[in-house]
Design a protein around this ligand. Structure first.
Ligand code: CP
Ligand code: NVA
Length: 312
């Protein structure tokens, strides 16, 4: 992974993910280490963020490095300046770029012209840092990941794509219940099917939330309307109405099932308030683990984790 981009979970092998989870758990247990001293990260976003921006900036700072936040208005990516030129200029200043873009193609162009690693901080296609932090969260609750069943209820969106890839690469069975027209993209599905063959994980696609949720270990949901799709919000509320994760759906999952959501959440839409705020919900662990996982990721990508971390 050293010096490489992370645009998709499919850039990682199962061993990379295992090492990241181990290192993130070590970093979480051990507090602040000076792994990124002298390093700088550009955090360049075209869309709003709470968790991703704060966790990337703090990850750099707490490990002795620096982060520079670049807002959409400042950079004008592809408007004030061409994407290749932004990539070339930033590469002369910083050691890595974490970018949140509307189009995944923008990230690909950035990465193609940057001399430093580019990290996907969410695009319309994937959200790899979220999926990796989510595996860390699941492993804290259920240490043996392989063989668990994760059921995603809702839109076949960026979060679902990355989660499906991360799950099947790591041997978790992945189910998704989506309405027709909102299924996971065929190209991501075929990639996932290939990984599932290797790991032995199973993939199930259905239109029925109950079929996906039955006996699952993890119930996962995300917003029905992602950033950039605001004009479709009303139509999506209508289409997804019966895809809400509520007590009735949770009761079909295993007794010890956990509820996950990347946040921000819309209580009363994709998830009922009583479920989101119940003891089964691990959504704030997920948010915290973005910080720990991204510390491990940055330290690995920027070359500070070649020597195994001390065990605590
Ligand atoms: N989950 C997540 O990526 O949150 P933000 O959009 O607030 O960064
Ligand atoms: N699917 C959501 C995730 C936000 C973290 C979006 O893209 O807006």
């Amino acid at each position: 992974m050293l010096g490489k981009d992370l645009l998709s979970v499919s850039n990682l092998a199962s061993e990379d993910i295992q090492l990241l989870l181990r290192d993130a758990a070590d970093i979480k247990a051990g507090g602040r280490l000076s792994l990124l001293s002298g390093k700088t990260l550009a955090v360049m976003f075209q869309k709003p963020s709470l968790r991703t921006r704060v966790s990337f900036e703090l990850a750099m700072r707490q490990l002795g490095g620096e982060a520079i936040y670049l807002s959409p208005a400042e950079v004008g990516l592809g408007e004030r300046e061409s994407i290749p030129d932004v990539a070339r200029v930033l590469s002369r200043y910083v050691d890595a770029i974490a970018a949140r873009t509307f189009s995944h193609q923008t990230l690909e162009t950035l990465a193609a012209h940057a001399a430093v690693p580019v990290i996907n901080a969410l695009s319309d296609l994937e959200h790899p840092c979220q999926a990796l932090a989510d595996l860390l969260t699941i492993s804290e609750k259920k240490p043996d990941l392989a063989g668990l069943t994760l059921a995603f209820i809702g839109d076949g969106n960026n979060v679902a794509n990355s989660l499906m890839l991360a799950s099947v690469i790591s041997g978790l069975n992945f189910r998704i219940a989506s309405p027709p027209g909102y299924r996971i993209r065929e190209e991501v599905l075929s990639l996932a099917r290939g990984y599932a063959m290797e790991s032995g994980a199973e993939i199930l696609l259905t239109e029925e939330p109950a079929e996906a949720a039955t006996d699952a270990d993890v119930i996962y949901t995300d917003v029905w309307t992602s950033m950039g799709q605001e004009a479709e919000a009303e139509e999506r509320r209508r289409v997804f109405r019966r895809y809400q994760v509520n007590d009735e759906l949770m009761s079909l999952a295993r007794e010890d099932a956990i509820l996950m959501h990347p946040l921000p959440a819309h209580r009363g839409e994709e998830v009922s308030p009583d479920v989101l705020d119940s003891p089964k919900s691990v959504v704030f662990d997920q948010a915290e683990n973005r910080l720990h996982l991204q510390k491990a990721l940055l330290a690995t990508m920027l070359g500070s984790l070649e020597i195994p971390l001390p065990r605590y």
